[in-house]
Design a protein around this ligand. Structure first.
Ligand SMILES: [Zn+2]
Length: 227
């Protein structure tokens, strides 16, 4: 009789523990999701939990970037906004003249290169992310991006149907932080596009280019994207 009593006590304790754990998990998820939706795109989303890990969203206003030049930017049509397909992934290369250990200083350098040397109206990409799970808000998605030209997929015109996403890579290559940030960007796209899950593309899907690196092409393929 004593042995049976102990056994029952253990079963009850385990059952209570599971119920408490589930309740806490649901509570956190609902609170985070509600905050995220209430604040909307680009309105101070950081930090946000993905799979129990934190990512940090940096608003454009905190990056010290130059103002965009509207005279060199084209607004997306309503159809182009509605039919947006997803995200095209680029890499930056590790090293070279545009590399800076500080990712924000690096983004300023990339923007200066795009605007002053290439003649774009703004930095080419809508978002950047890095190996430490940071996400950076860049070009406003209401404008056509300058990040992928469709020479392999018809014509040599800007790809108006995807947003550009650039990985600020470093010597670590692909990291857990990069994976967390990429998933966060996909969630952000889904929320901004009426819940539509984004399709991922590698830059070389659209254009004759070596961008991005082979390990990033593997990431795109692993996610069911086009490369
Ligand atoms: Zn690229």
């Amino acid at each position: 009789m004593v042995a049976v009593g102990v056994a029952v006590g253990v079963v009850v304790a385990v059952a209570v523990g599971v119920v408490v754990a589930v309740a806490v998990g649901v509570g956190v998820a609902v609170a985070v999701t509600t905050t995220y939706r209430a604040k909307g795109l680009g309105s101070g989303l950081a930090p946000f939990l993905v799979g129990g890990h934190m990512t940090t969203f940096h608003r454009r206003s905190t990056l010290g970037l130059a103002a965009p030049n509207p005279a060199k930017l084209a607004a997306r049509t309503a159809e182009e906004l509605h039919d947006s397909l997803g995200l095209t992934i680029h890499h930056t290369g590790f090293g070279g003249t545009l590399y800076k250990p500080d990712p924000i200083a690096r983004l300023r350098g990339i923007q200066a290169y795009h605007m002053e040397t290439l003649g774009y109206g703004d930095i080419a990409y809508e978002l950047a992310f890095d190996a430490d799970a940071n996400v950076y808000e860049l070009r406003d998605g209401k404008y056509v991006g300058a990040h992928a030209y469709g020479s392999k997929r018809g014509g040599n015109t800007p790809n108006v149907y995807t947003d550009g996403l650039v990985y600020l890579e470093d010597a670590r290559g692909w990291t857990r932080g990069g994976s967390i940030a990429l998933n966060w960007c996909m969630d952000l796209f889904g929320l901004a596009r009426q819940g539509r899950h984004p399709h991922l593309f590698a830059h070389e899907w659209w254009s004759v280019t070596a961008c991005p690196q082979s390990y990033l092409i593997d990431v795109v393929r692993f996610a069911g994207g086009s490369a």
